[in-house]
Design a protein around this ligand. Structure first.
Ligand code: HEC
Ligand code: HEC
Ligand code: HEC
Ligand code: HEC
Ligand code: HEC
Length: 249
């Protein structure tokens, strides 16, 4: 009885939402009605709240299958359990699955020894979900990143390179700092009244945001030289912009 009510409400919401895109994805609808299908009770909620759920990256974005049908057999064609080495969500295949949409991170990750480990079927290396969770919802804070690297590269561990964990943390702290500078600049730009000047500032803001995004992507090589170069550029441009905003004329 309660399930029928739930489906009715769900149906009403779908129609009320009236987005044809939302109606094309039947996977989530049916899985929310059958939560026992997922061994991890948080997976659906995590997805719902994640940037993926909010930006219409459906279940099929990672799992494949046919999202246009309510017929279970047809829907699951091509869907394989993550334990199957051919599954798009097997840990060894995640870089390619996620990388289909996140090219920048994937290209950098291809330079990393970590990808080589996955290719060899070695379970000691990290994959995308190690740091972002299985629905890609999570972004690590600098301290949590350090802990994550240390779980494999810590001084008392069998893997070498104990210094990389601290390096990674410092660089991510700088990412956070540059983001704060850009946040301040955004606030100041909103108050600029002259339209021409405002547009110039907005362009300068973009010029500083691009290398910051590139820095985060390049970080996925885990050898940080290119990231450092992009981050320095982003910081310099942010400071020039903030100075210009603070000193009109
Ligand atoms: C009509 C309901 C329904 C639809 C539509 C549906 N699923 Fe499922 N799904 C289930 C149920 C129920 C299970 C549990 C296993 C079973 O009974 O087949 C399941 C199992 C799964 C599994 C686990 C497979 C395994 O072998 O461990 C995945 C992954 C999955 N579905 C993803 C999807 C994706 C992706 C879509 C859309 C392309 C989708 N599902 C559409 C109901 C549905
Ligand atoms: C961003 C990628 C991504 C999206 C989007 C995603 N999943 Fe998953 N899902 C995974 C990964 C990776 C696993 C493997 C297990 C793990 O790492 O926890 C998984 C595991 C599962 C499982 C357990 C069976 C298995 O193969 O391990 C089910 C069932 C499932 N997902 C259903 C769904 C449904 C339903 C949706 C949409 C509401 C969805 N997933 C959205 C990545 C994703
Ligand atoms: C079908 C395309 C697609 C796939 C596959 C996909 N993503 Fe995403 N991802 C997106 C979109 C769209 C967004 C939201 C817009 C944005 O932030 O770029 C997003 C956002 C993210 C974010 C948040 C970025 C931020 O700044 O908040 C992370 C992290 C992420 N994805 C990681 C992953 C991981 C890890 C996987 C694989 C497990 C994955 N994605 C699979 C399309 C995809
Ligand atoms: C060892 C940890 C780690 C692994 C493994 C990892 N990432 Fe990341 N990723 C990070 C960190 C740290 C950030 C930056 C977080 C921030 O922006 O605050 C990040 C950021 C991202 C973002 C957001 C980028 C943006 O432009 O805002 C995406 C998308 C992403 N990663 C995708 C991936 C994909 C795809 C993989 C697998 C190929 C992967 N990551 C593997 C740690 C990792
Ligand atoms: C799940 C375990 C794991 C995590 C988490 C992890 N690594 Fe690794 N990493 C490895 C292993 C295993 C190797 C290979 C060591 C070897 O070749 O002997 C490696 C190799 C490396 C290398 C050497 C690459 C090269 O090209 O020589 C660097 C640098 C590195 N990791 C940095 C990092 C950083 C930075 C983090 C955190 C952001 C991190 N790793 C997180 C397991 C991990």
């Amino acid at each position: 009885m309660s399930r029928i009510m739930f489906l009715l409400v769900l149906g009403l919401c779908t129609f009320a939402g009236a987005s044809s895109e939302a109606q094309e994805s039947r996977c989530a609808d049916c899985h929310f009605a059958n939560p026992q299908a997922d061994p991890d009770p948080n997976h659906l909620q995590d997805w719902d709240r994640s940037p993926h759920g909010r930006n219409r990256v459906g279940c099929d974005g990672c799992h494949k299958g046919n999202a246009a049908t309510t017929e279970s057999f047809l829907a699951h064609q091509g869907v394989l359990t993550s334990r199957n080495p051919s599954s798009p969500v097997h840990r060894n295949n995640l870089p390619r699955t996620c990388g289909a949409c996140h090219t920048g991170a994937f290209v950098a990750f291809q330079k990393s020894r970590h990808l080589g480990l996955l290719g060899e079927g070695n379970a000691d290396g990290p994959t995308c979900s190690t740091c972002h969770g299985s629905v890609g919802a999570e972004l690590l804070s600098p301290r949590r990143l350090e802990t994550q690297c240390e779980s494999c590269h810590g001084a008392d561990d069998v893997f070498p390179l104990p210094e990389v964990a601290f390096q990674g943390r410092l660089l991510l702290e700088e990412v956070v700092l540059v983001r704060e500078l850009l946040g301040q600049a955004t606030g100041l730009i909103a108050r600029v009244e002259d339209d021409t000047r405002k547009r110039e500032f907005e362009e300068a803001l973009q010029q500083a945001e691009v290398p910051l995004t590139e820095a985060v992507q390049a970080a996925h090589a885990f050898v940080f030289d290119q990231m450092k170069e992009r981050l320095t550029t982003a910081r310099e441009r942010s400071i020039v912009l903030l100075n210009a905003l603070a000193n009109p004329e």
